[in-house]
Write a new protein. Structure first.
Lengths: 173, 168
């Protein structure tokens, strides 16, 4: 049925109010958000300034003292360990020589270089046979890396010689 | 008539606030927060470092005897009179006589080497006691080299020993 007088189109009240209140809410949210962010940024700036002050101030005298004490002892322990690791007991050299010396052989001079594991002995014996037996007693000894007999001569009825011993590091283990 | 303009005005104002104030404020906050994070982690590592040091220090204080031994083994100065005194004591307790002692201090490193030349007199049997005494001494020492010869008369040997000690 055709209407003679058309009705005016009225926007629904609810929709108009919704758009209005959403606009108010959006504006309020934006303003509140802006101020909150400003406040947070300002707090963060303050914290940065405080942290920078602490870092710029460096170590306090107490902290420096603590660091020196602990790191000093750490270095001392490391130095002690490396010194002890390089320290060799010289007694086993003599124990070995005493053990292998032939009854007829007399060593007159001894020179020991501990860090080279090297010992040079100058000795005398009554005859070449005992010198040969002395040399034979050194054969196959696991304490020795090598040995060398040199300057063998006969003087005043005695056999004079020089014996160079190079010891194995196993001797100290 | 006024309401539609009010609504549009509200929305435009909200967008302006969001775009020209809110967004830059958010960016500034993000950057500041990032910088704060970096500084905070630096502060945290610094605090961790010192708390670790403090806990190590308290552990060290419990080992008082060990620390005093360590200080005696590696003193803060060459302390040559104390070193010579220790050598004389070891020699005497081994049955040897310390007839001469001299030393050179190598100062080129943080840990200084003290190369001491020692001459001892006495029987051969005492030499091994002396070497054991050096090894067990509270002052850290190591025998570097040793020379001796059979005495022409009697049984009194002369031992020439080079030792190395250390200090700071």
């Amino acid at each position: 049925m055709l209407e003679i007088i058309p009705k005016t189109q009225v926007q629904p009240f609810l929709l108009r109010s919704l758009v209005l209140y959403l606009g108010v809410f959006f504006l309020a949210f934006s303003l509140i958000g802006f101020f909150v962010l400003q406040m947070l940024a300002s707090n963060a700036q303050e914290s940065i300034a405080e942290a920078e002050d602490v870092l710029r101030a460096g170590k306090t005298s107490q902290e420096r003292k603590l660091e020196n004490t602990v790191l000093g002892y750490r270095n001392k322990i490391q130095d002690f360990s490396s010194f002890v690791a390089g320290q060799k007991d010289a007694v086993p050299f003599f124990v070995f020589v005493e053990e292998v010396t032939h009854p007829q052989v007399f060593f007159r001079e001894a020179s020991l270089t501990v860090f080279e594991n090297r010992m040079v002995l100058k000795g005398v014996t009554t005859d070449f046979r005992s010198l040969g037996e002395q040399a034979a007693s050194l054969e196959g000894r696991e304490e020795l890396v090598s040995w060398k007999l040199s300057e063998v001569s006969l003087a005043k009825g005695q056999v004079v010689f020089t014996l160079e011993l190079l010891f194995s590091s196993k001797l100290f283990q | 008539m006024k309401k539609p303009f009010l609504v549009i005005g509200l929305w435009v104002a909200a967008v302006i606030v969001l775009v020209f104030w809110g967004w830059p404020a958010f960016q500034e906050y993000s950057l500041t927060n990032e910088a704060l994070g970096v500084l905070s982690s630096e502060l945290e590592s610094r605090e961790n470092y010192f708390s670790e040091l403090a806990s190590l220090n308290s552990e060290l204080q419990k080992q008082e005897e060990g620390l005093s031994r360590l200080d005696a083994a590696l003193p803060d100065t060459p302390a040559l009179p104390q070193l010579y005194d220790a050598l004389q004591d070891i020699a005497a307790s081994s049955g040897l006589v310390l007839s001469s002692v001299s030393s050179v201090v190598q100062e080129d490193a943080s840990l200084k080497s003290i190369d001491a030349s020692v001459t001892l007199e006495g029987p051969y049997a005492s030499l091994k006691e002396f070497l054991k005494g050096v090894q067990q001494s509270s002052r850290l020492m190591a025998v570097q080299s040793l020379d001796f010869a059979t005495p022409k008369e009697g049984s009194r040997f002369e031992f020439h020993i080079k030792l190395r000690a250390a200090s700071y």
